[in-house]
Each structure stands twice: as C-alpha cells, then as structure tokens.
Design a protein around this ligand. Sequence first.
Ligand code: GTP
Length: 240
Amino acid sequence: MSELKYKRVVLKLSGEALAGEKGFGINPPVIKKIAEEIKDVYNEGIQIAIVVGGGNMWRGEAGAEMGMERSQADYIGMLSTIMNGLALQDNLESLDVPTRLQTSIEMKQIAEPYIRRKAVRHLEKGRIVIFSGGTGNPYFSTDTAAVLRAAEIDADAILMAKNGVDGIYSADPNKNADAIKFDHLTQKDLLEKELNVMDSTASSLSKDNDIPLVVFNLNKSGNIKKVVEGKQIGTVVEGK
Ligand code: GTP
C-alpha cells in the first residue's frame, strides 16, 4: 500500500462522467470503468464518500430556461442523481465493494435516508457511502452538496473529478489557447477569480470551511489514486 495524503475523501462525480461520449444517460462500460477506478482507491484503505450529479439526465437550470418553475425543475434533477446513485451502487457492488446509498430526500423503499452519523459509521466500517439527491433543496448544485457533505463528515479533501479537463485554468482551455493551468490556488482565488469551477455558493462554503479541493481529470486512468497519494496532478485549492 502506498502512503496516503488523504484518509477520508468526498469524490464528486458529475452525471456527465457516467454518460461517456454520448453525453446522455448511463453508459455501462463507462460507469463500470469508473467503479473499477474507485475500487482501486478503496483497496488502499481510504474512506470514500461519493456525491453524484445528475446532468446526464436532467439539468434543473435547463428546465427553468424552458419555462418550467425552477424548484420543480430542480426536483427532477435531484431524482436524476438518485438514479445515478443506484447505478453506481450496483456497479461497485458487482465488484464486491460494500456500499450504502443515502438520499437527501427520503425514499425509504429505495435507499437509506441521509443520516450524518450513520454515514460516518458506514465509512468507519469500510463501506463506500454514496450521497444522492444533492442537498435535497432546489437552487443548490451537487457541487454545493459535495462541499456540505465533506464539511459534515469531516473529510480531508474533496476530489472534484472533471470530464477531460485536467485542472483549473485561467480561461476555458477548449476555447482559449492562452489559458494557463494553475497547480495551486487559495480558496479566496477560487471565489474572487470567478474561475467557473463551482458555483459561488459551493465556493463560499468551501472557503468558509477551508476543505482542500483537488480538481483533476477523471478520464485518465489511475488519476483518483494519484490524488489520494498526494501526487501533483490537477489543481489543488487550499488555504484561505
Ligand atoms: P450496521 O449494522 O449499523 O453496521 O449498518 P448496516 O447498514 O449494515 O445495517 P442496517 O441494518 O441499517 O442496513 C442493512 C441494509 O439495509 C443496508 O444495505 C442498508 O443500506 C439498508 N437500509 C438501511 N436502512 C434503510 C432504509 O431506510 N431504506 C432502505 N431502502 N434500505 C435501508
């Protein structure tokens, strides 16, 4: 086993990460590959909680832009994250990784309700806990849910897995050839430079609680492991 920089982490997976190139729905080989990567890190003995997004099925903001009432649209988004959570749980358990799925909106027939102390106990017992349903409130992103849960369970870091982008840049690297990649940023930089990594609610919560954040490319095999081992990949955001 390698030396670990972090012992308990929240891994934030976007819904799009599960969709693969199609950009919509759940792509079985893609989710299986992600589950295998997570298993590799789990085998290192690290405590892992996962917050999963839902953008591969529905985006609350897009619904609102189509004229739907914003809260209503956001609730559909929350349900998407629960569907993704179930799929992820299934994939991890097919690899013999013990998991518990919790929902921020009670749905007892399907999964456990979110109970902070129970989540922590599950982690201590070596289970991966998947937090689904976002924060359970409209107007909040799953990035905010990731920061909130990380603060609640006293995680050492939030691992923000990105699709194809390998860290935080001064501008969108796909549109701007002069974009510079940052290796390190402070929480204040993240908020003030408006780098569009997370929405401002998530960034301020992260700054207020000073939970280290690592933004990295999920599409490169072995990257999650490199992050927990403290190897310099992606961008590390820490310190006020
Ligand atoms: P400990 O016994 O405390 O170590 O944890 P445990 O999760 O193994 O025990 P528990 O008896 O709470 O749960 C057994 C199984 O039932 C687990 O797979 C849980 O995820 C699941 N479970 C627990 N509570 C609920 C619930 O409210 N709804 C659903 N659908 N499943 C639940």
